[in-house]
Design a protein around this ligand. Structure first.
Ligand code: G4P
Length: 193
């Protein structure tokens, strides 16, 4: 997605060889116009899949997921990282290991929001090692829902996430694919959409 690539080039900051900061328009301050375009693009790409729910994980996945859900006219569900006081029903849970933080956390979604009839599109802001997306796939599988695809805003292609998800037989569509962050420069490869 050309507009997204342009924004990363103009407003992204390379923090290290592994980390890109995009807090001016995606992860902290959010540009709703760009998010709307991102949501329409995912909706377009997955339009033939009869998606019934868009699923993400808090917090930065919520913005692209909500615009995607709006475009597809479906609900959006975000997995929680901390158990909420009001989550008193049966839960779908999965363990997510963060290589960045070097700790495992339990993510959850209320059982009542996903079922065997659902066709799910998972959306997230970053794909690094794929652990968050893998945890979301596991939650959907527990509910018997079909995961039709994963929409990623920024994929760091030099990390292992895409391979992990493709090995699980889930199609991945990334709107920006980053080949390397060496020497303070972002180098891109051909995006999927
Ligand atoms: P993984 O799920 O792909 O395995 O990712 P990893 O554990 O490596 O990443 C942990 C967190 O860091 C995730 O957010 C992820 O979105 C974010 N992240 C990974 N790489 C980058 C990067 O290059 N730049 C930025 N800005 N973020 C990155 P989180 O901490 O789980 O949550 P939140 O920030 O959405 O609340």
């Amino acid at each position: 997605m050309e507009e997204l690539v342009r924004r990363i080039q103009e407003e992204g900051n390379v923090l290290s060889e592994g980390v890109l900061k995009v807090d001016r328009f995606i992860t902290h301050q959010v540009d709703p116009k760009l998010m709307e375009q991102i949501g329409s693009r995912f909706a377009e790409v997955f339009s033939q899949k009869n998606i019934t729910k868009v699923v993400t994980i808090e917090s930065s996945g919520i913005a692209p997921a909500i615009y995607t859900a709006q475009s597809l006219a479906t609900p959006m569900i975000f997995a929680r990282k901390e158990k909420s006081l009001t989550m008193d029903e049966e839960l779908l849970t999965s363990s997510v290991y963060s290589f960045t933080k070097q700790l495992a956390s339990t993510i959850s979604i209320s059982r009542k929001f996903l079922n065997e009839q659902d066709h799910v599109l998972i959306v997230d802001d970053f794909l690094a090692n794929g652990q968050a997306a893998k945890g979301l796939i596991e939650l959907c599988q527990q509910a018997g829902a079909q995961v039709e695809g994963i929409g990623i805003v920024i994929e760091k292609s030099f990390q292992t996430g895409r391979q992990l998800l493709e090995d699980m037989d889930v199609p991945v569509v990334s709107l920006a694919r980053i080949d390397s962050l060496k020497e303070g420069e972002v180098s891109f490869k051909q995006a999927d959409a």
